[in-house]
Write a protein that binds this ligand. Sequence first.
Ligand code: 5RP
Length: 236
Amino acid sequence: MNQDQLKQMVGEAARDEVLKLSAGQILGVGTGSTANCFIDALAPHKDHFAGTVSSSNATTERLLKHGFKVLNPNDVVSLPAYVDGADEIDPAGHMIKGGGGALTREKIIASMAKQFICICDSSKQVPVLGNFALPVEIIPLAQGIVTRELEKFGGKVSLRLAKNTRPDLNQTPSEPFATDNGGWILDVAGLKISDPLKMESQINQIAGVITVGLFAKEKVNILLVSNAAGVERIAF
Ligand code: 5RP
């Protein structure tokens, strides 16, 4: 079974999970290739939900294409669940997210939701976070000072460059990757994150940081994780 099939399988499991929610509510929807599988699997059941809130422009576009209603988060007061992927997840349910650059809106929507339903394949499960470079979204003019502050944590900091992943912005690979919020991303490689809650709070306090891609405060509530044997459901 290849990774695409594993993503599809867990996307379908997440569809079944959210269809257990009573009808007529709003659903939070994440960003990335696994979240895309979930959106595609849920599309035939879109009328079960009164609408969605989206964590990125790319997700909004996909949701609208399928005919989902996409609401402004400011107009939403109750969100029973948020479904999204992860780049790494530890045994306590803390995650690294932001590989796709949508970490800030992802964290905002996650903070609104009663339940974070994380969907991934088992390659994302790690004993300690940090093999995946930690994304930090920053205000562009703070790149220098934030880089120096982040280096104090012991990792190697690099500015993420555009990979032609944003054709809408007409960016070239030598330019910084720009987020949906106009921020830049610093990726911190080589960390061993043994206390994710503490590191999340410390990095969030650096002036110029918009959001760190550590989801320790907003950790997972239900993990759906796929491997060749099927999908396992773990409640935290
Ligand atoms: C985007 C994210 C994604 O959830 C994360 O990168 C996982 O993506 P994928 O499902 O494509 O592996 O945090 O900002």
